[in-house]
Design a protein around this ligand. Structure first.
Ligand SMILES: [Mn+2]
Length: 342
């Protein structure tokens, strides 16, 4: 199938892809000009950042310049650490910036994914998400079976016989690891092969620091509070934080408290923006956390999850009749009471 055609209805193939990497590479190079100022746009996450820098490497000496532009600021602390430790030059895009460039590429996404992308006329899209309706784009390589776009770009580097720098290898391997959740989520043979190719080229220390950097200094106060407020009932540890900026820290605390060796359940609750959030983690062994949380809190708000991980979110106003006093202690008791009965 020609790579720049949409699948005809009825015979929808799994992906839109060039025939071979070699053929694709020469098409990529015939697409660009040494005077080109290329902008690669991404919605920043580890996979898109790594893919963009791999593409930039492929374009080295084939274009005048390649800029990696993000359509929104990076917030995740791991990703900020990635960009900082690997010294990846990234610019935050504003509309006016666009006329500095004459050619636009998109990786790890499709125009339909974001309205910012829709304003741009792309020459190239490389992605692994399910295929969405696409405008006419000269170079398309979309492989929904792949766990990460970083895998596709690693294959291009291999085809071009480019040995990635340790910085690039570290970024790519982190992209593959996050998008496949360390191969626990959708991934394929090719992801494993790319991982294997990159493995001995990475900065292991930096990779580890990126992977564990999910805390801010402020979060440490929440640890103090969570530990101070804890209640242990048999193999369950409960704790409540009266006010937290986002539910993310509750998730980190719940994972952390489950590290205690004779604890099978950790239950961390907190109030985020007038919503009571309850995060539950267990060893996934005897009881199903998702079902327990659904039974305990389902009547007041959204509640559910998997065997070992669950979450409930209840607007405080729904609890006016059940939690008489609007105090942290009362909410903590409410959470314990509901889960005990479930
Ligand atoms: Mn991805």
């Amino acid at each position: 199938m020609a790579p720049n055609k949409l699948p005809s209805p009825g015979s929808c193939p799994a992906s839109l892809r060039p025939r071979s990497r070699k053929e694709a590479l020469s098409r990529l190079y015939s697409l660009v000009h040494t005077k080109d100022r290329v902008l690669i746009t991404i919605d920043p996450d580890p996979d898109s950042i790594a893919s963009a820098f791999a593409l930039k490497r492929l374009l080295w000496r084939h274009v005048y310049s390649t800029t990696v532009g993000i359509i929104r600021p990076i917030r995740r602390l791991n990703n900020l650490t990635m960009v900082r430790l690997l010294k990846l030059p990234i610019v935050l895009l504003k509309d006016k910036k666009l006329d500095e460039f004459n050619r636009f590429f998109l990786v790890d996404g499709q125009p339909a994914h974001h309205e910012f992308f829709q304003k741009i006329s792309y020459s190239l899209v490389i992605d692994h998400h399910p295929v969405t309706p696409l405008p006419d784009i000269p170079f398309l390589d979309i492989r929904p079976g792949y766990g990460a776009t970083s895998t596709i770009l690693t294959e291009y580097l291999m085809a071009a016989k480019i040995k990635p720098s340790r910085t690039l290898a570290t970024a790519l391997i982190y992209g593959i690891k996050t998008d496949t959740q360390n191969f626990e989520r959708q991934s394929c043979e090719e992801d494993v092969r790319a991982f294997h190719f990159l493995y001995d080229k990475v900065y292991q220390g930096i990779l580890r620091k990126i992977e564990i950097s999910d805390l801010s200094l402020k979060d440490l106060n929440c640890f103090c509070e969570a530990i101070k407020n804890k209640t242990v009932v048999r193999d369950r540890i409960y704790t409540h934080l009266p006010k937290v900026p986002s539910a993310d820290i509750l998730v980190i605390l719940a994972d952390f408290l489950l590290k205690v060796h004779d604890i099978s359940w950790s239950i961390v609750s907190g109030v985020v923006d007038k919503v009571l959030v309850v995060i539950v983690r267990n060893d996934g062994y005897r009881k199903n956390a998702g079902r327990s949380v659904q039974k305990a809190f389902g009547q007041w708000g959204s509640a559910g999850g998997h065997r070992a991980a669950a979450r409930a979110e209840i607007p405080l106003e729904k609890l006016k009749d059940v939690v008489k006093k609007d105090t942290p202690q009362a909410y903590a008791r409410f959470v314990r009471r509901c889960l005990r009965a479930s």
